[in-house]
Design a protein. Structure first.
Length: 365
């Protein structure tokens, strides 16, 4: 039986939800603990493991959105569901972007809650099976991984990607091929080695460039499965496709790498704070610089205008945010500082070469 924590500052809401005939064998879930706010919920999550947290959004001390952020950041639970009334739907939608599994309106409807629980049950069970499979693979390779993915390889690959050196792609391909040869090109074994090595490369990149997580799906290379591939060559192509994508992100977004001067400082600030609706004026104020000066320096050093660069960053961030199936276009537009979602859609199409609808359709395939 999967375990659930209910979080709501109104006790009667928790009581009524527990009384609903959806728990037990009917859904595969049981309520094992409760909390009256996010702060209490975090304290209990540190002591007791649960599979799902169902939480209200508006609560004292630590609200539902803050609780969601903490759970996702610290991997305290694999599934979070938000409770929201009509006035909070925009927050619930935002929660989907931040990692919530789904949301249900208040007061909870018995039939809708049961449907959600059944979907969540399948999601959690699939995730548990995958985690167990990965754990077994990691145990097999824990002692031998050093033979396949050397620490020097990880550092060199990460450094090459950041330096924009074209040799990075060849180096990574060579490393993966060497690993495959050492494992007699056994697909399952090669996948196990990749699950250990590739995340280390990504972790190394994120350690030096925390902004990167806002623009790439870091779980892509962590979730390799043998069912996707017919052989080692296909696995190699799959990995190289995504590594090349990360390489291109650095090329396009983190400008001024070699000098590491004012342009480098501006880019890093923008990349890390893009969700704050930035403009030339706000960036100049935050960096205590004259807007005309930094605009001119940026164009001189990079060959593109500050506005072009800011739009590029916003559109790349939009791509990441639009990966969430339930997210609304106007929500992404608001996050990135566009008050007019129709105008935002036109800018996106001009940049990406396809409409937002077309982009989301391609992503789902």
């Amino acid at each position: 039986m999967l375990k659930v924590m209910l979080v709501d500052d109104v006790e009667i809401v928790r009581i009524e939800m527990k009384r609903m005939p959806v728990w037990g064998e009917k859904s595969g879930f049981e309520v094992v603990c409760e909390a009256k706010n996010g702060e209490e919920a975090l304290e209990k999550l540190e002591k007791q493991e649960v599979d799902m947290v169902i939480t209200d959004i508006r609560m004292p001390k630590l609200d539902g959105m803050e609780l969601l952020n903490e759970i996702v950041a610290n991997r305290l639970c694999s599934c979070v569901v938000l409770l929201s009334d009509i006035s909070e739907f925009s927050y619930a939608r935002q929660g989907m972007i931040l990692g919530a599994f789904d949301y249900i309106p208040k007061p909870a409807d018995e039939e809708e809650l049961l449907k959600l629980l059944k979907r969540a049950y399948e999601h959690i069970i699939d995730e548990k099976k995958e985690n167990e499979r990965v754990k077994k693979l990691e145990e097999v390779f824990e002692e031998k991984i050093g033979e396949f993915f050397q620490g020097v390889d990880i550092k060199e690959i990460a450094a090459l990607i950041q330096s924009r050196d074209e040799k990075a792609i060849d180096k990574i391909r060579h490393t993966v091929k060497r690993i495959g040869a050492n494992l007699d090109y056994n697909l399952l074994k090669a996948e196990g080695a990749m699950k250990k090595g590739i995340p280390l490369v990504i972790s190394s990149l994120l350690l030096e460039n925390p902004w990167l997580e806002k623009y790439i799906n870091t779980s892509v290379l962590n979730n390799l499965t043998t069912r996707q591939f017919s052989g080692f060559d296909e696995l190699l192509d799959y990995i190289m496709r995504d590594v090349t994508y990360i390489f291109n992100i650095f090329q396009a977004l983190q400008l001024g790498y070699h000098e590491k001067g004012i342009v480098w400082e501006m880019c890093n600030y923008i990349l890390q704070n893009i969700d704050e609706g930035l403009s030339l004026q706000t960036v100049a104020e935050r960096l205590y610089m004259n807007r005309t000066y930094i605009s001119e320096v940026f164009k001189q050093k990079t060959g593109i205008s500050f506005t072009e660069y800011l739009t590029r960053v916003k559109m790349e961030r939009a791509k990441k945010l639009l990966e969430a199936e339930e997210v609304k276009v106007y929500e992404v537009a608001e996050v990135l500082g566009y008050k007019d979602s129709e105008y935002f859609g036109k800018i996106f199409k001009k940049y990406a070469g396809k409409s937002i609808t077309e982009f989301k359709q391609v992503n789902r395939q």
